[in-house]
Design a protein around this ligand. Structure first.
Ligand code: ATR
Length: 281
């Protein structure tokens, strides 16, 4: 039931209609009996600053932010968490009653928790991490891997310039290569943070055979759940981590920040989202 007390939060992106976040948060709200709602906003591509400014003071309690607004979200905020600042991107904005806008980045923690859940043997300190892509998603990944103690992070991107710029913001533990170097035989983990594979297309082509038996492959793409990238890694016998796990894990601290309590533990949110994905939703 929507009342005069309903707490409104949502997700802002362009495109945003494919997002599973409304389904996830609203299922948690319903299960917990919270007077709240979570909706999808699609501001114009060039209109994010005005959109965020209009929320100042608490028109909504908060927003998840997705493609292509994560860097603009950080810029729109008055205060930012260390991780958001390190990543240069925010996936969570909170609109406080005192008028201040706070930016956080829960993508990195979500990614590390997904790795811990589906690849428990993976130790970030054990070897270099290979990150494919240099956009907002890759930024969060690099920051989280460094924070978790990865000795080296290698960024590979189609556009070398972007990879180099990103690497330069992080210092000497991060190196940039262009696409022909999508190989890193000693990588302990390889993370697809490009949009390749989204919607079922081909993923980044990896030389899986040259990678170590203990390497872990993670894809941030969750539509489809079993991407070509993950299928190739699985065929090679590697442990794989899917994007759905990361989606759920990054959403938990956002829900807590919006509605003041943890998501209800009794809901099997992974099953719920799997059903939707399997039905082509
Ligand atoms: P996000 O914020 O989700 O990271 P983004 O900033 O648009 O989104 O980044 C998308 C990433 O996917 C980029 O690293 C992009 O490479 P470029 O920097 O060269 O554009 C990568 N990407 C997208 N399409 C690609 C393709 N066809 N081949 C290789 N990389 C691709």
């Amino acid at each position: 039931m929507i009342t005069a007390h309903t707490r409104v939060a949502g997700v802002a992106g362009a495109p945003v209609r494919h997002s599973l976040s409304p389904l996830l948060h609203n299922a948690w709200l319903k299960e917990a009996g919270i007077d709240g709602v979570y909706i999808a906003f699609s501001p114009p591509q060039d209109g994010f600053p005005a959109f965020a400014e209009g929320m100042r003071g608490g028109a909504v309690v908060g927003l998840n932010v997705t493609i292509p607004f994560k860097q603009q979200a950080l810029a729109a905020a008055d205060d930012a968490s260390d991780l958001a600042r390190a990543a240069g991107a925010a996936n969570l904005l909170l609109f406080h009653e005192n008028g201040r806008i706070e930016a956080r980045n829960t993508d990195g923690d979500g990614m590390m928790q997904a790795l811990a859940a589906q690849a428990p043997h993976y130790d970030p300190k054990s070897g270099p991490a290979l990150v494919l892509g240099a956009g907002g998603a890759a930024r969060g990944a690099v920051a989280a891997l460094l924070a978790a103690g990865a000795p080296q992070v290698i960024i590979c991107n189609r556009t070398l310039d972007r990879a180099e710029q990103l690497a330069a913001t992080f210092g000497s533990r991060v190196r940039a290569f262009d696409r022909p170097d999508w190989a890193a035989p000693d990588a302990a983990v390889v993370i697809n943070a490009t949009s390749l594979g989204l919607g079922g297309g081909p993923g980044p082509h990896m030389p899986w055979k040259s990678m170590a038996d203990t390497a872990v492959a993670m894809d941030m793409v969750y539509k489809p759940l079993r991407t070509e990238f993950l299928a190739g890694a699985e065929e090679r016998g590697l442990t794989v981590v899917d994007g759905l796990e990361m989606l759920i894990r990054q959403a938990i601290p956002a829900f807590e920040a919006f509605y003041g309590q943890a998501p209800p533990p009794q809901l099997d949110e992974r099953r719920l989202l799997l059903d939707v994905l399997e039905a082509g939703g």
